[in-house]
Design a protein around this ligand. Structure first.
Ligand SMILES: NC(=O)c1ccc[n+]([C@@H]2O[C@H](COP(=O)([O-])OP(=O)(O)OC[C@H]3O[C@@H](n4cnc5c(N)ncnc54)[C@H](O)[C@@H]3O)[C@@H](O)[C@H]2O)c1
Length: 375
């Protein structure tokens, strides 16, 4: 058995990022397995610092990862602060530098320049199935469906006005109660009728989250249409979508498919549809099967209207970071899925999932221009 490692949880640096790659639950499991877990004090993390001290983690100063011993593994969620010094550690995080993103070479080159390694969480895959071992999908669908229900109620109680900005919720119960209260107010204005919701991609991670949210909000099963591949095989656009009040799109788009809904199908004289939450958010993808909007919305301005569509108007939610609405539960779910692999970090070179991430890192480093590797 390889000696156990020291894990160092960074405080996130990105504006309004309250989520965390390790939670008190997963940190405790790692400590119980013999790991040392150092946790940076954090003013932004959804979990209070003392939730970590209670389970035996050691608090260390914010930003102290920079000076941690070289054999400590630095664990975080999102990008490192924009700095240029070479990186000497193994970093476990989402770095967003493998798909040619702006500045990818500068970000990636810091690792080989310092002898460090990036094990990118976006590309941790089970070698047998090729599926990601941990993703934020469930919380994305859950949060997206919650905002869709809130928008439906808002349209009824505040006609003509866009849904105001929303902030993250301290926990799922707070979100569910808020949505339930909104639905009750909306239903009162709707002759007592609840919303009818269609979720497409219902068997996937996002789709399961969306269906669970709608159920928890009190919508009965006969008002929830759950579709996946079998139901869309006949090809859209689908009347079942315009016959529903709310459409939550949760598919994983891999190829060109017929539109699910488009400006033409919105012209249906019997249309009820007034809210679309495009959790898949393939906003700029030319194959987007929901081509009724062109911009990504934000928590500050959650909806965008479909231009020129009235009676009823249609509001689209296309936020691409939905899990941030529920930082506590989304962190718990993600970190929980990751835990079996975190427990292998003491010998990560010999674990197929981490070794796969290292192989990809080496390949990407191999594509760096020589100029990026210079100081
Ligand atoms: N907006 C956000 O904040 C956010 C967050 C996480 C994930 N996502 C996105 O959500 C999408 C889904 O992610 P996931 O983790 O749930 O994927 P997943 O693979 O777990 O599930 C996708 C589901 O879509 C179904 N599907 C695929 N094509 C379909 C079609 N033509 N008709 C009907 N069903 C179809 C699949 O059978 C599967 O059940 C991805 O594009 C992902 O990038 C968005």
């Amino acid at each position: 058995m390889a000696p156990t490692a020291v894990l160092h949880l960074r405080s996130e640096d990105k504006h309004l990022e309250h989520r965390s790659a390790l939670t008190p639950t997963t940190a405790k499991a790692l400590i119980d397995a013999g790991y040392t877990v150092n946790v940076e004090k954090s003013p932004v993390r959804i979990f209070d610092d003392d939730e970590f001290t209670k389970i035996g983690a050691t608090l260390v100063p914010t930003g102290s990862w920079r000076d941690a011993p070289a054999d400590h593994i630095i664990v975080g969620l999102k990008e490192l602060p924009e700095e240029t010094f070479p990186l000497k550690h193994v970093h476990v995080q989402f770095a967003h530098c493998y798909k040619g993103q702006g500045g990818w070479d500068t970000v990636l080159a810091r690792f080989p320049r310092g002898g460090g390694t990036l094990l990118d969480l976006e590309f941790l895959q089970d070698p047998a199935s090729g599926r990601r071992v941990a993703a934020f999908g469930y919380s994305a669908g859950f949060s997206g469906a919650a905002l869709a229900l809130k928008t439906w109620a808002w349209q009824l109680t505040n006609p003509g006005k866009p849904l105001p900005g929303v902030e993250s919720y301290p926990n799922e119960d707070a979100l569910v109660s808020d949505v339930k209260a909104d639905i009750a107010a909306g239903q009162a204005k709707n002759g007592g009728k609840p919303p009818r919701v269609i979720v497409i991609g219902a068997l996937g991670r996002c789709g399961r989250g969306a269906v669970d949210m709608v159920k928890k909000a009190g919508v009965s099963d006969d008002n929830i249409v759950k579709w996946d591949m079998a139901e869309t095989a006949k090809g859209g656009p689908f009347k079942e979508i315009t016959d529903s009040d709310i459409f939550v799109n949760c598919i994983y788009l891999t190829s060109q498919i017929p539109h699910f809904v488009n400006r033409e199908s919105l012209k249906d004289a019997d249309r009820k549809l007034s809210v679309v939450c495009d959790v898949s958010a393939d906003t700029t993808n030319p194959f987007n099967p929901v081509p009724i909007y062109t911009v990504a919305t934000t928590f500050d301005n959650p909806t965008v209207p479909v231009d020129g569509v009235e009676n009823p108007p249609v509001s689209v939610i296309s936020i691409d970071h939905l899990p941030s609405l529920l930082p506590r539960e989304s962190s718990e779910a993600f970190s929980g899925d990751l835990l079996p692999y975190l427990l292998k970090l003491n010998d990560w070179q010999n674990d197929p999932v981490w070794a796969g991430a290292k192989k990809l890192f080496d390949e990407k480093v191999g594509t760096l221009p020589a100029s990026a590797l210079k100081e």
